[in-house]
Ligand binder design. Structure first.
Ligand SMILES: [Zn+2]
Length: 287
């Protein structure tokens, strides 16, 4: 009887050890997040990813900007982060930097453009370009070979190009203003909406059908659906260009699909061109 009890105890002990071992291996796996976002990783994890070939970084660029009575001010920030994540997952071996959330939005005093509305924040072009340049150079310093700026707002696309050109003059790591990311929202997404019977006045340029639907598809919590009709009535004086009344998640998904597909294709093309050229040494890179 005593012998049997001891055997039972030994068996229970063995099972406990096995369970502990499984728990430990599960924990170890949990400690290596699959996230593409640099913010979610430790420095050694980022270094390991780079060493294993994750040498492309996407820098999502958003902004804090009014979009009428029906879309929250963080629209660009949320969309840029989510879309950059999907693009990175589709590409593989790609990391995503934190969102650049402070961007040029017009004169502060007297206020111009979106700055006429509460909650919008604007910074000078020079400060914005300096942030983009330094961000790209930081990743290049750590072994990244290609940096892409993904700007969700139309007004600063030229600034992205200027910042990229300045870093590229240093040689080595290549920086690209991915104009295709924003371009898809103005071309193929609009064409898809027109094919479904929506006119230009409804699709709009800011906080209209296209903008509102895209936001609904990526984070519906940002859209006050009960205020779509007041949004349509707001007009330019109220910070809206377009009619968001018929905006839907399904229509926005058309935009999401176009942006991801066209960005992935453009990045792959840029990387193929870059790889066909001999690698240059970045003079700013220290061993
Ligand atoms: Zn904008």
């Amino acid at each position: 009887m005593l012998h049997t009890n001891k055997r039972r105890q030994r068996t229970a002990f063995g099972a406990a050890i096995l369970a502990l071992g499984l728990a430990a291996s599960t924990l170890a796996a949990a400690r290596e997040p699959a996230s593409v976002y640099v913010e979610d990783l430790t420095s050694p994890e980022v270094q390991a990813r780079i060493d294993k070939g994750a040498t492309t970084v996407l820098v999502p660029i958003g902004g804090l900007e009014q979009s009428g009575p029906h879309i929250a001010l963080g629209k660009h920030n949320v969309r840029a982060r989510v879309l950059a994540g999907r693009i990175a997952q589709s590409l593989g071996s790609t990391l995503v930097a934190p969102v650049v959330a402070y961007v040029p939005e017009g004169l502060i005093t007297p206020p111009s453009g979106h700055m006429r509305f509460a909650g919008t924040v604007s910074i000078p072009d020079s400060a914005f370009e300096a942030v983009l340049e330094a961000t790209a150079r930081s990743f290049c310093q750590h072994g990244v070979r290609a940096v892409f700026f993904l700007g969700d707002h139309g007004g600063y696309q030229k600034n992205e190009e200027k910042a990229a050109a300045r870093v590229n003059r240093l040689g080595g790591c290549r920086v690209h203003a991915l104009l295709e990311y924003y371009g898809a929202t103005q071309t193929s997404y609009v064409a898809e909406l027109k094919r479904r019977g929506h006119g230009e006045a409804e699709i709009g340029l800011h906080a209209g059908l296209a903008d509102t639907a895209l936001t609904l598809a990526l984070d519906p919590a940002l859209v006050r659906t009960e205020l779509l009709a007041p949004g349509a009535r707001a007009g330019k004086a109220g910070g809206v260009a377009g009619d968001p009344t018929r905006a839907s998640t399904a229509l926005g998904q058309l935009g999401v699909d176009r942006i991801v597909a066209e960005s992935v294709a453009a990045i792959r093309a840029q990387l193929a061109t870059q790889l066909s050229k001999p690698a240059l040494q970045n003079p700013s890179r220290k061993p």
